[in-house]
Design a binder for this molecule. Structure first.
Ligand code: ADP
Ligand code: ADP
Length: 226
């Protein structure tokens, strides 16, 4: 896991309007940073720039102090967890989690060891042979977290990870992600429009509005200050 820094990062898609402006952010190793704000404020653009899927228009992005701004997504090794899980529905839990290692040609013993490791960490042992389409939404999201972690990423991005879940599953998965966050020492970015979710899960929250950073701080500092 890496330490992530954004230095005056800007993004314009049309060369005129700025989707993201002069964004300064820091996510220390082992912490979860939430990007919180309404639709259109620039969260997805920021996430894509950090992952290396969209080029930045200005500024710099650093992983462990190294400027990766000109590097592609493969070199950055950022794993993504999406709201719609993005799994292969007919494939089993095991095969979905093993997939990123298979396409990299990871040797069988190493693959098995790493898949078994995340399966144990996520308590998915009973569901290994099940096709993921037969699992609950919460279990499917745990599988997609397993698939993200199996490649030992520098950073995990959670993009609205709870938004398709019902209320009970939301609470369960929120707790689960928070537990992983501390036990596995993940460095992660959570993209959400939900303040309760950001407060329950993140170490620090960056509040965005119209492409600008409004404030950043711990949940306590932002919302429980006298
Ligand atoms: P989100 O708020 O999660 O980005 P949207 O529905 O706004 O979801 O966007 C869906 C996709 O369309 C995203 O990949 C986004 O980058 C892209 N997109 C959003 N706005 C525009 C736009 N004005 N022109 C072209 N693509 C856009
Ligand atoms: P959010 O994720 O917070 O909903 P986005 O980063 O998707 O915000 O969007 C920020 C701004 O950038 C919006 O005005 C959106 O329409 C615009 N935008 C996003 N993606 C694209 C794109 N691919 N092409 C053009 N404009 C885009």
């Amino acid at each position: 896991m890496a330490e992530i820094q954004l230095q005056r990062v800007g993004k314009s898609y049309d060369g005129k309007t700025m989707a993201v402006r002069d964004l300064d952010l820091h996510c220390p190793q082992g912490e979860m940073l939430a990007l919180l704000g309404p639709s259109g404020c620039g969260k997805s653009s920021t996430l894509k720039m950090v992952a290396g899927i969209e080029p930045i228009s200005s500024g710099a992005i650093l992983f462990d102090g190294v400027d990766v701004s000109r590097q592609g997504s493969a070199a950055r090794n950022v794993a993504m967890v999406f709201e719609d899980y993005s799994l292969y529905p007919h494939m089993s839990t095991y095969d979905n989690i093993a997939f990123p290692l298979r396409i990299r040609g990871t040797p069988h013993n190493e693959l098995k060891k790493r898949v078994d490791g995340v399966v144990a960490m996520l308590g998915l042992g009973d569901l290994l042979a099940e096709p993921v389409r037969s699992l609950s939404g919460g279990a499917q999201q745990r599988v997609s977290i397993g698939r993200a972690l199996v490649r030992d990423p520098a950073l995990v991005m959670f993009d609205e990870p709870l938004s398709h879940l019902d209320a009970d599953q939301k609470v369960m998965l929120r707790t689960e992600i928070r537990r992983l966050q501390t036990t596995a020492g993940l460095t992660s970015v959570l993209v959400t429009h939900d303040q309760t979710e950001a407060m329950a899960m993140a170490d620090r929250i960056a509040v965005m509005s119209q492409g600008l950073l409004q404030q950043v701080g711990s949940p306590e500092a932002l919302y429980h200050a006298p």
